[in-house]
Design a protein around this ligand. Structure first.
Ligand code: GTP
Ligand code: MG
Length: 196
């Protein structure tokens, strides 16, 4: 489904991103949630995006071009407690500047670890996206770490939490970078948005 993927550029400056001339999809979420791993899983290239067992690995805006027609973007994570306040603020500014200014951002994927109960930081972030009219979808990650029943239970609990503040829910997908769960669904989702 993805024939070719290659790295384009990393930077800390939104104005130095590639020209906004194609549909763009970016991955955001807490540090260590699996953003970079998901990009590797979707593209079928193990080492395209850099991953680490330690949170805080991705520190730049990383652009990849897919089949020469659309962009995937790996972003730094938010909410990593061990970073200093000034570094956290720097990341936050970088992320919000990118999200608010990137005109070709067709959809932002907000990644959430399926194992956890709804966390304040994610709910607040999603609320901020809504307030700013940013198109987004949720992808639950690490589904391989739970059984099917627990995945469904946690998914339902999240939907219930979001329903408290949202009349209409965003698209919600489930993934595992370990076993490829969600690959076709996520790529089909992107391809549908590309042509719409
Ligand atoms: P930062 O760049 O630090 O914000 O992290 P990230 O969100 O990019 O996470 P990354 O892809 O680097 O993965 C973090 C850790 O989680 C690594 O040890 C991965 O191997 C592991 N991981 C990521 N996705 C999955 C998954 O679907 N299943 C399992 N079991 N482990 C995963
Ligand atoms: Mg990363």
């Amino acid at each position: 489904m993805i024939k070719q993927a290659r790295f384009l550029i990393s930077n800390t400056d939104v104005s130095k991103c590639p020209p906004p001339d194609r549909p763009e999809y970016a991955f955001i979420g807490r540090s260590n949630v699996g953003k970079s791993s998901l990009i590797n899983m979707l593209t079928g290239q193990k080492n395209l995006a850099k991953i680490s067992t330690l949170p805080g690995k991705t520190q730049l805006i990383n652009h990849f071009i897919i089949d020469e027609t659309w962009y995937l973007v790996d972003l730094p994570g938010y909410g990593y407690a061990k970073l200093s306040v000034s570094v956290k603020e720097k990341f936050q500014k970088l992320i919000s500047k990118y999200i608010l200014n990137r005109e070709n951002l067709y959809c932002l994927f907000v990644l959430i670890d399926i194992r956890h109960e709804p966390q304040k930081i994610d709910v607040e972030f999603i609320t901020w996206l809504g307030e700013n009219h940013i198109p987004f979808a949720i992808i639950f990650t690490k589904a391989d770490k739970l059984g099917k029943v627990s995945v469904e239970k946690n998914r339902a609990a999240y939907i219930q939490e979001l329903s408290k503040i949202w009349e209409e829910l965003p698209p919600i997908l489930v993934s595992s970078s370990l076993n490829g769960t969600g690959r076709e669904e996520i790529i089909s989702f992107i391809e549908n948005v590309n042509v719409s």
